[in-house]
Design a binder for this molecule. Structure first.
Ligand code: MD3
Ligand code: FE
Length: 216
């Protein structure tokens, strides 16, 4: 890869993505290695697992959680739970580096209220893993923004409007990018295209995504 391309991908800048949605390019770069170390600690306690969606299919993205609540899915539906169904224990605590980064990102995107994160969903993608177009509406509070942090190999993120049909846009998210989703974008349909085979020095062929959510 050229030095020019490298420097473009490590530049810090703000991009408006949609109404209420902002990409903070490179915002997490300074703490990326700390975030990855915390992901290892979290997944040593509550392991990554491929959840089953209500229709019976196994998700290609592996997930775990930290914080007071965690997002889970099984044949009965999607919901937030305080107890990890695999370990039968509370989810690991939210690391300070997570909450500080999420708050700073919310502030940088113009959301000045104190961010009270109930749940942090940790997604792990292998080559070929994808997320089909969906809305995040298992949260009772859809006023608070969702903060997402991308780590590792790039992803093509797809997002649309508040209906499944209608136009979609694509945006490439790379290691260190943070996206803040608030306002009308909070209920936008979105997804992730199948992850391409690639290598990142910090994660090998994997991509991780953290999302910080206020559930209640
Ligand atoms: C727009 N994660 O975990 S992050 C998810 O890259 C999820 O793992 C993707 O969609 C990922 O639910 C996308 C960006 C994102 C996250 C939450 C949103 C965009 C969003 C919620 C509402 C609108
Ligand atoms: Fe989502």
């Amino acid at each position: 890869m050229s030095d020019l391309f490298d420097s473009i991908e490590t530049e810090r800048r703000t991009e408006a993505l949609a109404d209420g949605a902002v990409i903070l390019r490179g915002f997490a770069l300074d703490v990326a290695s700390e975030l990855l170390a915390q992901i290892d600690t979290i997944s040593a306690q509550s392991p990554f697992r491929h959840l089953i969606v209500p229709g019976g299919k196994r998700m290609s993205v592996a997930m775990t959680n930290c914080g007071r609540l965690g997002w889970v899915s099984d044949t009965h539906g999607y919901r937030y739970e305080a107890i990890d169904p695999i370990t039968q224990r509370a989810w690991p605590a939210l690391p300070r580096v997570f909450t500080e980064l999420a708050q700073q990102a919310a502030n940088a995107a113009g959301y000045h209220d104190e961010l009270s994160t109930d749940a942090c969903l940790v997604n792990r993608y292998e080559p070929g893993s994808r997320l089909t177009l969906h809305q995040d509406r298992d949260e009772h509070d859809v006023q608070a923004p969702i903060i997402s942090v991308s780590l590792g190999v790039p992803a093509i993120f797809v997002f649309g409007r508040n209906t499944r049909s209608g136009p979609t846009k694509r945006s490439r998210l790379v290691h260190g990018d943070v996206v803040v989703w608030g306002g009308v974008s909070r209920l936008a349909y979105h997804g992730v295209q199948p992850i391409a085979q690639a290598q990142h020095p910090a994660t090998g062929s994997l991509r991780y995504n953290l999302t910080f959510r206020k559930v209640f």
